[in-house]
Structure formats: structure tokens, C-alpha cells
Write a protein that binds this ligand. Structure first.
Ligand code: MIC
Ligand code: SF4
Length: 639
């Protein structure tokens, strides 16, 4: 067996390990963050379960830490108290980004982790089967329920050689994105192997599995070996180590080889993570901003390299450099060894240990500004500046460029390469992680006025007769569907308010139109819903009356979120039908429930006078959910 098969078989509770069939997995650990967590815990409460049934569940506060107004602070209090009551550990604001802290303090090789954030595969860096999901699926897992996925294919990435100085783990995942594209991982787990693995530390592996989310993959995973053991030992928890490796005769559906020693510094150009080119080939474009941090590149190793490059130098005039260390552990260690002083002295603007600019929480670049970021997403508008040009690069490229003022290939800029060793002991202090109460019944859950009930759908009607209220193109991200950023994120627990901003980047008139028409259908191209796990990208369309999304193809987590919300993700049987339908067309689906059960839906475009077929390729459980109008309705119905 390969690693993926080993992890799946040891957690399989239903289904067969046959590529493409539905399987149910036992979930050992869960994580939530605050932008998706409020909804997940409201849903968990609605299930009426007293205490989580997982081995470890943790809630992190890292996204909504800009508290302009009472909303975020109210949500933090809600999450804090709901955790205390129901057996969940609570990582306070300031303690760090969920994925970084989870890797440091809780991740265990061989375990499954389900997180309400698409970058949960970071845990694959330590040999976990770590997957992102919508909040509702995480709530079900906290209640002891299985997580259902389609048995993935396994793509092996064979790593050879070792990275040259100034070429880093970020360049490895950018290379994988260049080869496979943002759709290349759909339905697959990306499994790393080969001699080259031995040259990568756990944080470097985690950078690679983290940004594997941008491939659309179910997850990515590395073996758990002596390097993993050393990392866990340095975190004071060697007892959590288990070795996990692929059998010598393991089989894969596809293999690609990357020679680490042949890689050069790369950048993903605006506005897609797979729009990758060599930094040297893009040329010395003038830059306005550099942001270093995010769950992809904020480890101790990354920050130490950045500090060493900046040491004794000054950020170029006209460039704003921000640095956000990934966790309190990282920041404290930098403070104690003096590296933080080097970062500050060079002129960096040090931000708190949180997502910050990555999710548009401040630090939007200037009009048309060029911003180099060590993050994982450069979707249009995500930075908060619609015409901002975001390039995704390694910390080394970012730091060197901040000094030169232009995009610079760090391998040929005349800098000495800082050799940084992984510490044999990290500074462990869990004083910002609050354990749950022994007796939850005495805890009162605090609910501020910002927390509104979540919307519920209705059972699927016999006949749907609605307009195509919106038509969009390929690779629509959840940032298009439900933008984030500092103005909107505080309302993640207020769906009616959020709904005003649905599809704002594509068509600001959409919410009004959808309301006026009493909802309708969305027509999408390929890879509809890629990116984040935010179920708000399904809950808001549900609130606006969307009954189905008809697309050429869907991203995994978003399709699952739509189904959980009772919205049908339907795939054009003949992709050329996409072009024939225009926004505003009247579309009818007769006998919707029985057609759904048959696996194919025939719809009529009354405006154009033609019929077309849509694949309704759902498991039995998903069919039930769609008929009932979503997971919560289905669960209520079966009680
Ligand atoms: C993101 O990077 O887009 C986020 C914000 O972390 C999301 C979750 C969210 O929208 O709350 C993700 O990646 O799932
Ligand atoms: Fe936070 Fe950005 Fe990572 Fe999402 S991608 S979890 S916003 S740091």
C-alpha cells in the first residue's frame, strides 16, 4: 500500500477503497478557525451533542483579529465559551495561525484531521491524513460522525536531489502547480516520496502540503520518518511519533518526478496560483509591497532566513514590508534570539501572529500596486485592492526583493545564503491554549447580537422554474462567490448581512437581482468553487434562493458544501451546452426529485427552446440530503 491507502484503510468505516466510490472515514482530530468556526459551532449546538467525540478538537482565533466594532470580539467570546462547554481546546487570539499551531502542538502522524479551512492539509507534512471541509462536516465529525469523500486517486511526486541555496519549499509547490494546474489535483491525494524527502524539514514539507490545496487535491501527504521524529521531539512530544512509509511495491495512479537541485526561484503571477514562471524570467519589475507570513510560510525556519537576509540592511524606499510570524512560539523564539530585532531594524512592519493580509485583513496594496507575498492565494480582489497585482513567492525571494525594490531572483543577487538549523528544542508554552471545562454543564455560552441563526433550505420541490440569474466563467473561486476582507469577515455569523456582497467582484447587482427573481440558477464554467472551504459560499446563495449551480465541473469542498446546504451541483453532460445558455434565460426542471434519483436531470431552456442534460452523480446519502433540503434538515427528519 501507499501512504494514502494505509491512512485510509486504518480509518475506513464505510465503503470500499475503490477509486471513485464513496468512503466514510473516522476522524481523530478536528480544527476550526474563527471565520468558519462560529457557524460550525452553531451547527454543532443544533445537533444537541454534549461533548465532542474526537480524540482532540481545537478552535483557533486567527482570521478575524482586526476588531473594528464589537462583532469579531463577540464571535471570539462565543467560540471561547462554546468550546469550554463542549470539550474543545481554544487557542486564543495572538497564539497563531491554526495550521502552524496545530502542526507544532497537536498534529500526530497516522491520524486523521478534519478542519474547517482548506489549508488543513498542512498536517500532511507530519504524516497525517488532513483534509479541509465545510464547517457542517466538521461539526458532524466532532459529534463522532464519519467524513465522506470519494476514494481518491494517488499521484506520487518523486523528489530527487536537494534544494540549492535560496531555492525553497515554496518553489517546490509552485513547480507542482505549474505542472498540474489548479485543477490537476481534483479527486487525488498528492503523495510525496523519494530520496529528496530526506532533505526537507517538517516545516518545509508543511509548506508543500499546505499549498497543495491550490491544486484542488483532497490532500497531500509526506511520509513520517526520523525527521518527523526529530521535529516532534523538539516540540517535546516524541511519544506522538509513528513511522509511516509507503510499501516498496506501492502503486500510484500517476507519478511525476521533480529534481530539487534543478529548481529555480519561482513566482505565481496575478491572479492564479498556477500562473507560475521563473522569477528570473519575469524580470525586475518594480514592487510596492512585500508581505511575509501566512500558514504557508511563517515557520521558525522561514522567519530566521528572512531575518538573516534583512540583518543590517534597510527595506528599499517606496516598499512596505510586513512580517507576520505564524505562532507565538515562533515570535517568542525570534524575540529571544534577537532575530526579531534584525527584522524590526530593517524597517519591517511586524504584525500579530494571524492570517492578516492573506485574508485581506488590512495591508491592501496601493492602486494597481505590485505586492510580493509568501502566501498561497493571489485571486483577484482578495488583497482588498481590486487592481492589486499579487505575486506568490518564497520568503527568500520576498526578503531579497524588499531590499532591492524590484522582483529579484535571490540566487543571483549577491547575498550570502543563511544556513539555519532546525532547533533541537522549540520553546514550548501552551499558556494561550485553554482546555475545556471538566463539567461543561456549568458553562454559559455567550452570544453577541452579531450572531444570527443560519438559514435552512426547503425540501426539493417537484418543479423548478427559474431564471439563470448569473453566468460566470472558469475557475470561479469562493473569494468571488463570497468575498472575505476586513469589511465583510466580521459578519461571518450574519448571513443576511453577508448576502449583500455575494459575487461582488464579478457582478455587484447579483444579490438584488437574485432576490427580485426569487432565486434561480447559477451557470458556471470548469472548477467552479475552487479555493476556500468557507460554507458561506453555499449558505449565502441558499439564502438568496439559488436552487442549483450548473457547471462544467466543481471543486471538491465547495460541491460538498452546496449539497450540505441543499443546493444541487449539476454538471453539464455535454460541456458545450454551457455556451448556449445566457444569463436571464428561463430554465425548467420537471419532476426534480425523481430525476435527481435517476442520476441524470433533463432541463429545458425555455428562452432558447432547447433541452440539455445534467449529471446528478450523487451517492445515496447525498441524494437524501438534496431531497431533504440539506444535511441539517435530513438529520432532523431522521430523528
Ligand atoms: C482562506 O484562505 O481563504 C481562508 C479564509 O482561510 C478560508 C476559510 C474561510 O473562508 O474562512 C479557507 O481557506 O478555507
Ligand atoms: Fe489564514 Fe491565509 Fe492560511 Fe487562509 S490561507 S488560513 S487566510 S493564512
Amino acid at each position: 500500500m501507499n501512504i494514502t491507502e494505509k491512512l485510509i484503510s486504518s480509518h475506513l468505516v464505510s465503503g470500499e477503497m475503490k477509486t471513485g466510490s464513496e468512503i466514510g472515514l473516522r476522524i481523530d482530530q478536528t480544527l476550526t478557525q474563527d471565520a468558519t468556526g462560529t457557524m460550525a459551532y452553531l451547527q454543532f449546538e443544533a445537533m444537541g451533542i454534549d461533548r465532542v467525540k474526537t480524540e482532540r478538537s481545537v478552535a483557533y482565533i486567527d482570521h478575524n483579529t482586526l476588531q473594528s466594532g464589537f462583532m469579531n470580539a463577540d464571535d471570539h467570546n462565543y467560540i471561547r465559551t462554546v468550546c469550554k462547554k463542549h470539550g474543545i481546546y481554544y487557542s486564543r487570539p495572538g497564539n497563531g495561525i491554526c495550521h502552524q499551531v496545530h502542526l507544532e502542538r497537536f498534529g500526530k502522524p497516522g491520524k486523521t484531521l478534519l478542519g474547517s479551512d482548506s489549508h488543513t492539509p498542512t498536517g500532511g507534512g507530519i504524516g497525517m491524513l488532513a483534509m479541509g471541509a465545510g464547517g457542517l462536516d466538521v461539526a458532524v465529525a466532532m459529534g463522532g460522525g464519519a467524513y465522506n469523500i470519494t476514494m481518491p486517486k494517488v499521484i506520487k511526486v518523486e523528489l530527487k536531489g536537494a534544494l540549492r541555496p535560496f531555492v525553497s519549499a515554496k518553489d517546490v509547490i509552485l513547480e507542482v502547480l505549474r505542472i498540474l494546474s489548479v485543477k490537476g489535483g481534483v479527486g487525488a491525494v498528492i503523495e510525496y516520496g523519494g530520496e529528496g524527502v530526506k532533505s526537507l524539514s517538517v516545516p518545509e514539507r508543511a509548506t508543500i502540503t499546505n499549498m497543495g490545496a491550490e491544486l484542488g487535491a483532497t490532500t497531500s501527504v509526506f511520509p513520517s520518518d526520523r525527521i518527523t521524529r526529530a521535529f516532534l521531539k523538539a516540540e517535546g512530544r516524541e511519544e506522538d511519533f509513528t513511522e509511516i512509509k509507503a510499501d516498496p511495491d506501492a502503486k500510484y495512479d500517476k507519478e511525476i518526478t521533480i529534481d530539487l537541485s534543478a529548481l529555480s526561484p519561482l513566482a505565481a503571477k496575478p491572479h492564479m496560483p498556477d500562473n507560475v514562471e521563473k522569477v528570473a524570467d519575469i524580470g525586475k519589475i518594480k514592487i510596492d509591497q512585500v508581505c511575509i507570513g501566512s500558514c504557508t510560510n511563517s515557520s521558525y525556519l522561514d522567519m530566521m532566513r528572512v531575518a538573516a537576509i534583512l540583518k543590517g540592511r534597510t527595506v528599499k524606499e517606496g516598499v512596505s514590508l510586513t512580517v507576520s510570524p505564524g505562532s507565538k512560539q515562533v515570535l517568542t523564539m525570534l524575540a529571544e534570539n534577537g532575530a526579531l530585532a534584525d527584522i524590526i531594524a530593517a524597517g519591517a512592519r511586524v504584525l500579530e501572529c494571524a492570517c492578516g493580509p492573506c485574508i485581506g485583513m488590512g495591508q491592501s496594496p496601493c492602486s494597481g500596486g505590485v505586492s510580493l507575498r509568501t502566501f498561497n492565494r493571489n485571486f483577484e480582489g482578495r488583497s482588498g485592492t481590486k487592481d492589486g497585482k499579487i505575486y506568490l513567492v518564497s520568503p527568500e525571494t520576498a526578503a531579497v526583493s524588499a531590499l532591492t525594490g524590484v522582483l529579484t531572483d535571490p540566487t543571483s543577487a549577491g547575498f550570502d545564503f543563511p544556513v539555519i538549523k532546525m532547533p533541537s528544542e522549540f520553546l514550548v508554552n501552551d499558556n494561550m491554549i485553554d482546555p475545556p471545562a471538566e463539567d461543561g454543564s456549568v458553562v454559559e455560552v455567550l452570544r453577541g447580537p452579531n450572531i444570527k441563526p443560519f438559514p435552512l433550505n426547503e425540501p426539493l420541490p417537484e418543479r423548478l422554474d427559474k431564471k439563470a440569474v448569473l453566468k460566470v466563467g472558469d475557475n470561479i473561486t469562493t473569494d468571488h462567490i463570497m468575498p472575505a476582507g476586513s469589511k465583510i469577515l466580521p459578519y461571518r455569523s450574519n448571513i443576511p448581512y453577508l448576502s449583500q456582497f455575494c459575487f461582488e467582484v464579478c457582478d455587484p447587482s447579483f444579490p438584488e437581482r437574485a432576490k427580485k427573481e426569487g432565486g434561480g440558477f447559477i451557470i458556471g464554467g470548469s472548477n467552479y468553487g475552487q479555493g476556500s472551504s468557507r460554507e458561506h459560499a453555499a449558505l449565502v446563495p441558499l439564502y438568496l434562493g439559488i436552487k442549483a449551480v450548473m457547471a462544467v465541473s466543481f471543486a471538491r469542498i465547495h460541491a460538498a458544501n452546496l449539497i450540505n446546504s441543499g443546493i444541487m451541483p449539476l454538471v453539464f453532460e455535454d460541456a458545450s451546452d454551457y455556451a448556449k445558455i445566457d444569463e436571464g434565460d428561463e430554465i425548467t426542471i420537471e419532476n426534480a426529485p425523481s430525476q435527481l434519483l435517476s442520476g441524470v436531470i433533463t432541463a429545458t431552456d425555455k428562452t432558447k427552446g432547447f433541452t440539455f442534460r445534467l449529471k446528478a452523480d450523487f451517492s445515496e446519502k447525498q441524494q437524501k440530503m438534496l431531497l431533504a433540503g440539506g444535511l441539517i434538515n435530513m438529520m432532523k427528519g431522521s430523528n
